[in-house]
Design a protein around this ligand. Sequence first.
Ligand code: 5GP
Ligand code: ZN
Length: 115
Amino acid sequence: MDCIFCKIAQGSIPSNKIFENDKVVAFYDIQPAAPVHALIIPRKHIESMNDVQEEDWEDIAEIHRVAQKLAKDLGVAETGYRLVNNCGKDSGQVVFHFHFHLLGGSKLGPANSQE
Ligand code: 5GP
Ligand code: ZN
């Protein structure tokens, strides 16, 4: 399958990985939008939130477990951070392999703006 995040998860293209286990992989975003900008993805190819199946919720919960751990490890747990999932056209989703952004390390802009 021609999916950049599947290739990153498999290690067939390089990335700055921060964490991986049997369910999820985390790596730094190539175009950081904040001093700390990690992406956390399921190993399984799921296109978006709309495509999460009943059997996938454990993986999505694991993404949140890892996000909590990474926030501590990357030093933003105390100062604050944001977890973001873009789903579909209006959100600006660009990569259609489900992922959460973990953003922090400086004061973030408004989360709920409509440009
Ligand atoms: P989306 O808008 O789909 O939620 O965000 C996709 C994110 O993936 C963007 O922030 C973009 O910078 C990041 N990204 C796209 N291609 C690559 C890549 O090849 N490597 C890494 N590390 N990040 C990528
Ligand atoms: Zn994929």
